[in-house]
Ligand binder design. Sequence first.
Ligand code: AP5
Ligand code: MG
Length: 216
Amino acid sequence: MRLALFGPPGAGKGTQAKRLATAHDLAHLSTGDLFRAAIRDESDLGVRVASLLSAGELVPDDTTNAVVADRLETLGDQGFVLDGFPRTVAQAEWLMGHLAGAGKSLDAVVSLRVPEEDLVQRLSRRRTDAETGAIYHLDFNPPPSDLPPGRLVHRSDDQPEAIRHRLSVYERDTAPVEATLRAHVRYFEVDGTGALEDVQGRIEDAIAQDHGLAGI
Ligand code: AP5
Ligand code: MG
């Protein structure tokens, strides 16, 4: 199964991608996570993209596509769930061409729908475990009480100004990708609100409609 999760910042792409990857033995490919790892490692890539991520600006398409190509190369024929990619029309067109060149295609895109006021609340109270990458929310999905406080990270782009900017970048550059994806891939809209397991169940039900869960 080759799946992409689509939706605005805070929609739950990372949360659900991790759950689906674990449940169905898929690789989780998050461009945001790859960029943050590069920043932590202080690699050339990390140095180039650090200020873009903090400000909530998109990394240039060529750089992003190259990172995805490298990661896909390492996966071989393993199924995957894309999280945060593609998020420009140029990235979507590149991805479809790249997969087609290997005789592959995306099986489905799932768009997570969440009201904008919920997105802001989710992002401003998000915390991440720096060691495991687990995603928490201080109210809706609190971290374990025995987790050392130093492990919990507040992302630099989860400050109010960067959140507002990321949402506007989403509307300007990423929302238009929906039309491109709909034209080429089976595209499902799923309600992204409610309990994490309920959202996961809706995603799996949507894909199972005409693919069959065994194929995930
Ligand atoms: P990226 O890391 O992809 O960030 P994003 O798209 O802004 O999305 P988020 O990670 O903020 O949200 P999410 O949908 O994953 O939500 P999550 O599951 O964490 O990108 C960061 C930056 O990297 C970009 O700004 C850009 O600079 C660069 N970049 C990345 N990809 C790029 C690309 N393709 N091209 C160019 N540049 C790129 O959940 C959010 C919160 O909500 C958490 O606290 C979670 O616990 C909570 N939550 C989740 N589900 C629920 C629920 N059902 N109910 C209540 N709370 C919930
Ligand atoms: Mg994420």
